[in-house]
Design a protein around this ligand. Structure first.
Ligand code: DGJ
Length: 699
């Protein structure tokens, strides 16, 4: 990894694992010219791409063109999508930035710009992290009057010209999150965003662009916004085929006032390039998360039980202990009591804010339940929703001024609750103290942190940065809690997959990708989630059949196999399962423990997709290559596809592989080019085959 600065050409060259990124100080004064993002190039190549003549093009284009500029701001003759727009006190809304200098420390480069007319400084940050490049901005008001940021993106990402650019997004909605969606980019702007104060369910804050790539071929460029609030990605395709992506905060209702001397550090955006297809792109994102984002990246995630779909709000001590006993019998390692355990929480309408056990449901308190769970040899976790408050709660009665509201109207209730203003220091203190007390007193090892509302009615403090303050408060409370309780594990959730961004995943060991636990639908949701996020963070529960959302009946085997492709959990009403079902389930849990290191920390290869046809497979190869776990799924098996072999990827062609269950032996080359024989029959058919690499290679 390297950051190089070439004086004569004025070029900066950043090189990471498998990519290069280059730009130059522009003598034409724009002030920085973008040169390259893609496969690795060397310092000797810079002279050839650093031709100082900026092609301005026709008068009908934006001048300079967005794809020639490293940072597009609002001002001058620019009409392309901009990253930054500022309004000065006297109404001037144009920026005219000039290059000031640059400093490199380790893998980080800071490039300083300053407005030619006003006391405003902008620093562009670049940091090479393995095969990812992180970019963000810092804006400083160096003047004596306040100014307002109307648009405060973090970076513009320029992609090389493509004959026919396509975009891939991870899109959907509540209970249908993160579906891989691919199509042509058409001239104009594609806007992906959340305006909700949380990243939301409509899209992961991520997109990828290619010019016709597949799993194993073709270049792909992808960009994520690492922000736990409202974000925006605008992919702009000009009429002559140039793609420029503006990434960062959403400017929806943004009025970010910067007081004299104040600085705004904007969220990180992350760019990952892959030279040969989506398989490698996914591997690079997983590596990035494991090496630079996740807490405890090398620790195996436990098998979890969650009570939500078993008892919903009706949490009772004896029922939970019964469930815990059954869960322990299955081999579960962490037992989590979901919503419904705290004072007054009989449904959605009450209780949020009063985080102590409901004596009517848990007469001996939470500590007693925790002890009962631990007696079964499991860790104990509970559900919380600290950022919401019920109107019928003691917290709201005592602090009606702690919620988001405009001064002259009733605040809006979402899922019967109000939003707590996490920008207020007093609210942050309350949250840290309350959660700290809960964890300490009740013996809690794990918190599922949920948020079941969007943030609205931002008028409480009259500031345009209120949602940024909220995100900062959310992060601060989680960080302080983690610091006080180094053994605590956390799961991020917002009505399912509404908050699984990179900034949250930097603080949470796992994420709840969706409330939809129907195994068939989970195949699509999990494909999208694991497209970018490491499977060790992908919490998957086996629930009852028929499922409570879709009423679809799916065999236990299929449900387990689907959940075993991430972090396995169980979320069914175990006391209603038959002894035979429980014994079968215990077998799957035991098998999962044998392969979980491969699934959670190995390399994932998609062999087909639930989007294409009824049958596909997922292949996980252990980091040391010694174990391979292959899951094959078929929604329905047709007569002529029953015995189709599954061609594997990621294996050593020169090695031998053995299936200990059958004693069959294969060569890596056979598995790659001919394929693993797998016979499936019926509906919702699935198979898990585990191979072991051997020294012996069949001839
Ligand atoms: C939404 C979550 O996604 C569910 O798993 C569950 O925790 C409910 N909230 C509880 O209210």
């Amino acid at each position: 990894m390297a950051i190089e600065w070439d004086g004569p050409t004025g070029c900066f060259l950043l090189t990471g694992g498998g990519f290069s990124y280059a730009f130059a100080v522009d003598r034409a004064g724009t002030p920085l010219r973008h040169l390259h993002w893609g496969g690795p190039i060397g310092p000797d190549d810079l002279a050839a791409i650093a031709d100082p003549a900026t092609r301005l093009g026709s008068n009908t284009w934006s001048r300079p063109r967005a794809h020639t500029e490293e940072l597009v701001v609002h001002g001058g003759t620019r009409f392309d999508e901009c990253v930054l727009k500022v309004e000065f006190r006297d109404g001037v809304r144009a920026l005219d930035l000039a290059y000031q200098g640059a400093d490199a420390t380790g893998d980080r480069l800071a490039v300083r710009l300053r407005d030619r007319h006003r006391p405003l400084a902008v620093t562009l940050y670049y940091e090479v992290r393995g095969s990812a490049l992180c970019r963000w901005l810092e804006v400083t008001n160096a003047g004596e009057e306040p100014l307002v940021l109307d648009r405060a993106g973090s970076a513009g990402w320029v992609l090389p010209w493509q004959e026919r650019p396509r975009v891939t997004t991870l899109s959907g909605g509540y209970a249908a999150e993160s579906r891989v969606t691919r199509g042509d980019l058409v001239p104009g702007r594609l806007v992906l965003e959340s305006r909700r104060g949380i990243p939301g369910h409509a899209h992961q804050p991520w997109l990828a662009v290619d010019g016709g790539a597949g799993e194993e071929h073709g270049e792909v460029w992808s960009i994520a916004v690492a922000h736990s609030g409202s974000w925006k990605l605008v992919a702009e395709l000009s009429g002559d085929g140039r793609v420029h992506v503006v990434a960062g905060l959403n400017d929806f209702d943004l009025r970010h006032e910067l007081a004299p001397g104040a600085r705004a550090v904007l969220p990180e955006t992350v760019g990952v390039y892959a030279p040969d297809g989506y398989d490698e792109l996914t591997a690079r994102w997983h590596r990035y998360e494991r090496e630079h984002v996740l807490p405890r990246p090398d620790e195996l995630r436990p098998v979890l039980y969650n009570s939500w779909e078993a008892t919903f709000f009706d949490v009772r001590h004896d029922d939970q202990v019964d469930l815990a006993r059954q869960a322990a019998g299955l081999g579960v390692e962490l037992f989590v009591v979901d919503d419904g355990w705290f004072v007054g929480r009989t449904g959605e309408g009450a209780g949020l804010g009063d985080w102590s056990a409901d004596p009517a449901k848990l007469p001996d308190g939470l500590a007693r339940l925790s002890a009962a769970v631990r007696e079964q040899g499991m860790r104990f976790g509970v559900w919380v929703e600290p950022e919401s408050v019920s109107p019928a709660s003691e917290l709201f009665r005592n602090h009606p001024d702690w919620i988001y509201r405009w001064p002259d109207r009733e605040p809006h209730r979402i899922r019967e609750s109000y939003g707590l203003d996490f920008g207020l220091p007093a609210v942050r203190e309350w949250a840290v103290e309350t959660l700290d007390h809960l964890v300490r007193e009740a013996g809690v090892d794990f918190l599922k942190w949920d948020l079941n509302r969007s943030l609205v009615d931002q008028g409480s403090r009259g500031e345009g940065t209120v949602w940024l303050d909220h995100v900062a408060g959310f992060h601060e409370v989680v960080d302080r809690l983690r610091e006080a309780h180094p053994g605590l594990w956390l799961e991020t959730c917002a009505s399912g997959g509404g908050r699984a961004d990179l900034a949250s995943l930097a603080r949470f060991e796992l994420a709840w990708p969706s409330d939809n636990t129907d195994a068939l639908e989970r195949l699509d949701i999990q494909e999208g989630y694991a497209f970018v996020h490491s499977p060790q963070t992908m919490s998957c529960w086996v629930t009852d059949s028929p499922g409570h959302l879709t009423r679809r009946s799916v065999p236990l085997r299929f449900r387990f196999h689907v959940a075993m492709t991430g972090m396995l959990g169980v979320g069914g009403n175990l006391t209603a399962w038959s002894p035979r079902e429980r014994a079968e389930a215990a077998g799957y849990v035991a098998q999962y423990k044998e392969i979980r290191e491969t699934v959670q920390l190995g390399r994932l290869h998609r062999l087909g997709s639930p989007r294409h046809g009824e049958r596909f497979a997922l292949c996980y190869v252990a980091a040391d290559g010694a174990q391979v776990a292959i899951f094959v799924f078929a929604r329905a098996v047709r007569q002529n596809t029953q015995d189709r072999p599954v061609r594997l990827r990621g294996l050593d062609e020169a090695a031998g592989y053995e299936d200990p269950a059958t004693g069959r032996r294969y060569s890596g080359a056979f598995l790659r080019y001919h394929g693993l024989p797998v016979a499936l029959a019926g509906d919702h058919a699935s198979e898990l085959i585990v191979l072991r690499r051997t020294d012996h290679r069949p001839r």
